[in-house]
Design a protein around this ligand. Structure first.
Ligand code: UDP
Length: 242
């Protein structure tokens, strides 16, 4: 687990976005994993996710507040969260500014349709490649198809770890492109769901807002965040004793 923390990007969102923008301009391929406690926990159970988290070609950014707090407990100097939704929003801006090609997969059919409408209306310069919902049976075929389209950006919103696993499986087929698994971002970007108000975001309690809107998230939060922090405390104690 500690090896994953060592690979986290530390320097905050502004600097990170500059790197992304630069890579886009230089057509350098980049796979960004927006890590939360669930991602790291899957890494311990699933060998493919483990390899992905340790792969030097894969960039890890701290998405969940659980990851930021755990990093600080372990004395890694993580500055702030870099969230999937913020990255997705900024990538839409970059695509619009530079007439880049964008491909999308994920969320329900009505959500992806609403998102395409938002993009056509609010980001008129984006060249929209293939877009599909996240419930199609043959997701591999979607990647085979978009590899031929050579997109500049590909956003995949299936939830952790399916989105990451799928991108990682097909990454070799692409010569360029920024790839990100963005969780529930399409629901928000399409206007289907509301993001937590700014004050929740600022106080790092976006998770609390999401639980109040969707109480079934409470169990998931307990499993992935509360248990996670206890585990990190144990790791910390072990390391101190060594
Ligand atoms: N989803 C999907 N296909 C699936 C399962 C989930 O496209 O087989 C979508 C779901 O509709 C939602 C997103 O994946 O838009 C996951 O959102 P969630 O809020 O759970 O992710 P988080 O932001 O919490 O990581």
């Amino acid at each position: 687990m500690i090896e994953y923390f060592k690979r986290l990007y530390l320097d905050g969102e502004d600097k990170f976005l500059k790197i992304v923008e630069d890579n886009l301009a230089k057509e350098k391929k980049m796979f960004i994993v927006t890590a939360n406690p669930e991602t790291f926990s899957y890494g311990e159970k699933n060998e493919v996710i483990n390899q992905m988290l340790l792969d030097r070609e894969v960039t890890l950014v701290p998405d969940g507040i659980g990851i930021v707090k755990a990093s600080q407990l372990l004395h890694f100097d993580v500055k702030e969260r870099i969230t999937g939704i913020d990255l997705a929003t900024k990538l839409l801006d970059m695509c619009n500014k530079n007439k880049y090609k964008l491909c999308l997969m994920g969320a329900k059919e009505e959500v992806i349709k609403a998102l395409i409408k938002v993009i056509n209306e609010q980001y008129p310069n984006i060249i929209l490649g293939s877009c599909d919902n996240g419930y199609i049976k043959d997701k591999d075929a979607y990647f085979e198809k978009i590899a031929k389209e050579n997109p500049d950006v590909c956003l995949v919103a299936l939830g952790v770890p399916n989105q990451e696993e799928l991108i990682y499986k097909h990454l070799d087929k692409f010569k360029k492109g920024i790839f990100v698994g963005v969780g529930g971002s399409f629901d928000v970007l399409s206007g289907t769901k509301k993001r937590a108000p700014k004050i929740f975001q600022k106080l790092n309690i976006e998770w609390l807002y999401r639980i109040t809107r969707e109480p079934k998230r409470l169990k998931r939060f307990y499993e992935s965040n509360v248990k996670f922090i206890f585990k990190i405390r144990k790791i910390k104690k072990r390391n101190v004793r060594k």
